[in-house]
Design a binder for this molecule. Structure first.
Ligand code: PXL
Length: 297
């Protein structure tokens, strides 16, 4: 519904500033989740609100002995306060959750704040390289799948797709028929739009595939592939994707913008010789994102 109303080609509509709600953890050090989503959405001209799911001293992938404070108990009271004030959001965007219980809390939140005009985006952050992050219990796969049913658009990587669909992880050697089937099965979870990240058909290329269930259309965007693992790149991608969608770019163009921005951020990380566990240097690529979004001369 959201997409039909807004999908009128690649036009810019900044007459009204849109308000996003980013629902992720705060990893104090190591650029991912909220420390990535907020600056990107703000640079894209959004009024960027947050609902933190947990506070960690660092992210969980590369630093030893991180602290972890689950904020599940705060979600319902925060939501009740917003409801009492009649607050609303143009986009609700969830990522890394602090507990399994947050699945139900977020379903309630989505039910409360969904309108015919706004967009719910779920990035079912759960794993990579064919494996679930050790911090999560296996039930998280079905939990995330059920949360995806409430979304207008979902943004899994190949690992999260296999976990939610209970299929074997196929990390390479697939073809377009396999990816289209996977996109269709993912849309069967309930969201009209699906964006699959980490898709590569040839060595040296990496990108994303999108699927619109209503038109059965698949599109691809790809850029260069930089060897190695880049922490937080999924969050950079999803935040840029939401930024583009909120500016009413088509799904096809939005994945191109997000792929380009993520690739540029990774390239800069390598060029600057940054230590990988601190995440990627998206800050230096923000001027390019602003240009891609048509917000500068
Ligand atoms: O980038 C996803 C992410 C978000 N938040 C935390 C993480 C990770 C990935 O490992 O550990 C805390």
């Amino acid at each position: 519904l959201w997409y039909d109303k807004h999908h009128e080609g690649d036009k810019i509509n900044m007459n009204k500033q849109k308000r996003s709600l980013s629902i992720h953890d705060i990893s104090c050090v190591g650029r991912c989740s909220l420390t990535v989503a907020l600056p990107i959405l703000s640079a894209a001209g959004m009024d960027s609100s947050v609902l933190p799911t947990a506070v960690l001293s660092t992210h969980t992938g590369g630093f030893e002995g991180y602290t972890f404070r689950d904020l599940s108990d705060d979600i319902q009271p925060i939501s009740a306060h917003w409801q009492s004030l009649n607050l609303g959001f143009d986009a609700l965007y969830s990522g890394f959750l602090g507990s399994f219980e947050q699945i139900d809390l977020l379903k309630d939140l989505f039910d409360t704040f969904k309108t015919p005009d706004n967009l719910i985006m779920v990035d079912p952050v759960m794993g990579d390289h064919g494996k679930m992050y050790p911090i999560f219990e296996p039930a998280m796969a079905d939990g995330m799948a059920s949360l995806c049913a409430k979304a207008d658009i979902i943004v899994p990587n190949l690992t999260e797709a296999s976990l939610m669909l209970h299929e074997d992880y196929v990390g390479s050697g697939y073809d377009e028929t396999y990816i289209k089937g996977l996109l269709q099965r993912l849309s069967g979870l309930g969201a009209d739009l699906v964006v699959l990240t980490g898709v590569s058909y040839e060595p040296g290329k990496l990108g994303a595939a999108s699927y619109d269930r209503k038109s059965d259309a698949v599109s691809y965007a790809c850029a260069g592939w930089v060897p190695g693992y880049f922490h937080g790149s999924g969050d950079v991608f999803s935040s840029a994707l939401l930024s583009a969608l909120m500016h009413d770019f088509s799904l096809e163009r939005s994945i191109e913008i997000a792929v380009r921005f993520t690739f540029r951020s990774i390239q800069l990380t390598v060029e600057l010789g940054q230590e990988r566990r601190y995440g990627i240097c998206f800050e230096r690529a923000l001027p390019e994102l602003i240009k891609l979004l048509g917000l500068s001369d």
